[in-house]
Design a protein around this ligand. Structure first.
Ligand SMILES: *[C@@H]1O[C@H](CO)[C@@H](O)[C@H](O)[C@H]1NC(C)=O
Ligand SMILES: [Fe+2]
Length: 450
């Protein structure tokens, strides 16, 4: 009876209230908790799943046009071969690629499963906009079930492309809800603006997260930058910061001339995407800063009219949470992004949604990027519901709800950003804005740095 009553009440509330009175859902606990109480805790931490030879946690990452890397983990750590069998037809597998594997340790208490990395398309490029069917593993041991992924469309200024953009995902029922909504849509790539698993040093939770995200990240390339939850040090920079993140989620940094997995860039269709590190040096003269200057100098807006930046800690944020945490990086790099005419910036960290106007140095500026905060993927820390009052005039939309966004390039001049709120079972488009590229002919912003 109480259940029925609650349902009825919720239904009445949902129908009676307008969007602005939307009742915010509460945080949900991890679906894969740390299990502090279990007497097996310490053994659980060390647990070596000896017989678990099945490949799991499969995901795809874009390397360069016509190339992707496939990563998976075999929990048993048995040193099997790293093989991907694939083809454009189901159950055929006329192609085979091999790669390398590694493990990592985290203090003396944990050693990871065997992490396999294989690059497809390095000898012969993969076809653009094509579905490939694949299995991973070792044909002499265990191989995965058949999965499939779609390659990116070919490069070109007018080629349509859909990026899904998420942040601060974690592994709660809200994370599941976000992933469920995404999996029901078509998308070309998933971008995560940092804070992935919320393993928070308890390494087995990286594995539970890897299994949770597999259905979404094995279907299209997954690209991420690091958040503060990826640092995972205990004291004095030990263990080495980003140990698990770097081993499990290697990104194509060498391809863009970067020397660190913590910042890199890539191109997809008509976009050049800067993936920047909030938790590594960024001041002028630092390796990241010098790399960014060099990378921007090579952007050709006639080929990639869209210039996108992604980093974890937002430079613009009118939420009470994490106020000012992006200020140092902003002071160091805002001028670079502005003079390069970056179109849009995505961040996470703050567990809420916010969209700003085009901004430069805290003021509306028609040549500045649109700033978006999407730290609302669904982690166990819950939503950041307290906002600065009054709402700054440059903040155009703010809402503390779980959800995800999608940035769709229509052609070289037009793109649309949509934010979808997770409202119980349905996904609701709650914010939508069309953008015109700052590189378009007749843009009010003058000559571009190219
Ligand atoms: C680009 O896309 C927008 C939105 O769909 C459309 O209005 C516009 O006409 C397109 N431009 C060209 C040159 O096709
Ligand atoms: Fe964060």
């Amino acid at each position: 009876m109480p259940v029925l009553l609650t349902c009825l009440l919720q239904f009445m509330l949902a129908t009676a209230l307008s969007q602005d009175d939307y009742v915010r859902p509460a945080a949900k606990p991890d679906i894969n908790p740390r299990d502090w109480d279990s007497k097996n805790f310490w053994f659980g931490w060390r647990k070596w799943r000896k017989d678990a030879d099945e490949p799991e946690q499969v995901h795809i990452t874009h390397v360069k046009p016509g190339q992707v890397s496939v990563t998976w983990i075999v929990p048993s750590r048995t040193k099997t071969k790293s093989v991907v069998m694939y083809s454009t037809e189901p159950e055929k597998y006329s192609n085979e690629a091999t790669g390398v594997s590694e493990t990592y340790g985290y203090t003396i208490s944990y050693k990871s499963g065997r992490i396999h990395h294989v690059t497809l398309g390095d000898k012969k490029r993969l076809l653009p906009d094509t579905t490939y069917y694949y299995r991973v593993g070792d044909p002499n041991s265990k191989i995965s079930k058949e999965l499939s992924f779609k390659t990116l469309p070919s490069q070109g200024p007018d080629v349509p492309l859909k990026f899904v953009v998420i942040g601060d995902l974690g592994q709660t029922e809200w994370s599941q809800s976000t992933l469920g909504h995404i999996s029901k849509t078509e998308y070309d790539m998933v971008i995560l603006a940092g804070d992935l698993s919320y393993a928070d040093r308890y390494q087995p939770r990286w594995d539970t997260w890897g299994r949770l995200v597999e259905p979404v990240f094995s279907r299209a390339p997954f690209m991420s930058v690091e958040g503060n939850h990826e640092i995972e040090t205990l004291a004095f920079n030990l263990p080495t910061p980003f140990t698990a993140y770097n081993a499990r989620y290697p990104m194509p940094f060498r391809e863009s001339g970067s020397d660190s997995n913590l910042y890199y860039s890539f191109e997809a269709a008509g976009a050049h995407v800067l993936m920047l590190g909030s938790y590594t040096e960024y001041h002028p003269g630092s390796p990241q800063y010098k790399w960014l200057e060099e990378d921007l100098s090579q952007v050709d807006r006639s080929k990639t009219p869209w210039l996108i930046a992604v980093f974890h800690a937002p430079w613009y944020n009118s939420n009470f949470a994490h106020q000012g945490e992006g200020d140092l990086m902003k002071a160091a790099m805002e001028g670079l992004l502005y003079s390069a005419r970056v179109d849009i910036v995505f961040s996470g960290h703050v567990h809420a949604y916010e969209r700003f106007d085009r901004v430069f140095e805290d003021k509306a500026d028609k040549c500045g990027p649109v700033y978006i905060v999407v730290g609302d993927g669904g982690n166990r820390e819950g939503l950041a519901t307290k906002y600065l009052d009054p709402q700054p005039s440059i903040s155009l939309r703010r809402e503390a709800s779980f959800g995800y966004g999608a940035f769709e390039l229509a052609n070289s001049t037009h793109a649309v950003w949509r934010w979808h709120r997770n409202q119980d079972e349905v996904t609701v488009t709650s914010d939508e804005v069309w953008l015109q590229s700052l590189a378009r002919p007749g843009s009010p912003c003058g000559a571009l740095v190219t």
